[in-house]
Design a binder for this molecule. Sequence first.
Ligand code: LLP
Length: 463
Amino acid sequence: MSRSAHPAGPRHADVLTEGHYSAPPADLNALDPKVWAQTVERDEHGVLAVGGIDVKRLAEEFGTPAYVLDEDDFRARARAWRTAFGDDADVFYAGKAFLSRAVVRWLHEEGLNLDVCSGGELATALSAGMPAERIAFHGNNKSPGEIRRAVEAGVGRIVLDSFQEIVRVAHIAQELGTRQRVQIRITVGVEAHTHEFIATAHEDQKFGIPLAGGQAAEAVRRALKLDGLELIGIHSHIGSQIFDMSGFEVAAHRVVGLLKEVRDEHGVELPEIDLGGGLGIAYTSDDDPREPYEIAKSLTEIVTRECEAARLRTPRISVEPGRAIVGPTAFTLYEVGTVKPLDGLRTYVSVDGGMSDNIRTALYDAEYSVSLVSRSSDAEPVLCRVVGKHCESGDIVVKDAFLPGDLAPGDLLAVPATGAYCRSMASNYNHVLRPPVVAVRDGEARVIVRRETEEDLLRLDVG
Ligand code: LLP
């Protein structure tokens, strides 16, 4: 299945069984603060507002579908991560979750660094004024052109992903007369998704250099010999949408084991380790994410303990949360187009977007919540499936959801927790236009990524 072929993706379907929503929630109008952005509330008519602006006004002014992002919430979450890790660690926001120039400026202002994984993300970061030394450049197949741009720009670190890339980056840095700071990404034999982790599997994928068979130690040996490289540390990323910290514990243990080997063989104590991203968020009320301070405490303790046991100086830790910062800060606002009750089965509710603005349900069987947000309703709950407008039956936004039985065309629905990996994975399938991202704060709304137009589509099609 597709989700099994995507090692970094969450596997909600493995955890949440069919018929997950077996009973309707007690109150369909209630908003679970776990899944909604911080400033979201309903007025006395049940109209949802965020950042002090109600969704009817947002729909009127910006159209639907639209991603609506709570800027205060984004900044608060970024700050919470920054504060939790303190001055002895670095937080790199993973731009792949969602990146725009406004986001880059917010991160800069809140004191975060940025992880980019393509030339496009690098260009966005630089064009919005993120200092190059605060950028980490990732990717399993960076092109020579991308590497050159990153080295020329002076990025703070390039995370090396293969033996070939060690040589490639060293050559380019030497050609440019510089020494590039690098980390080596290793695979520690841990795979973590949601509530589970497997500690002996997951070498069979494309990222990093395996610890197994001494390959990571060999990579360090080679990197230390090359004049174009300054090896500053080891990187590990074990998966996504993780709630269980024990996967990080095993990963940290193995990374520190490598640091010890390096010290014993080369007399060098590498000063940094990066434990990647992957911390989970609540998509439904069943998910229980951890707070940044708990995560920081837990990771710092694990690394400190492991280093003390190995008699190593504790390295500077960095982390790369993407989803945990941006995911909960946005919801997708849709308008209901058709409502189709299928006798004895469920009601199909079609909205004006779909798999082009949220591929995660189709790709990973991801679970989402959904609420009627343009009014409250006392109607009986009805089991629904929220689907899009695309020409395929897998075009599902929310698989199982209870919505009020009086739902009608023109009503507005909102799907919370769509800030991460929705706009960034959006497509033009069926020539559907990608929605805008509207940032709201203190009663003001502004477009930070505009809606695509038919002219945009036709501009690329050169005829
Ligand atoms: N660092 C590295 C090296 C990564 O590969 C990733 C995610 C992150 C950090 C950020 O992970 P986060 O904290 O956002 O979970 N499209 C999938 C997720 C793929 C993540 C790939 N790498 C999804 O929609 O769930």
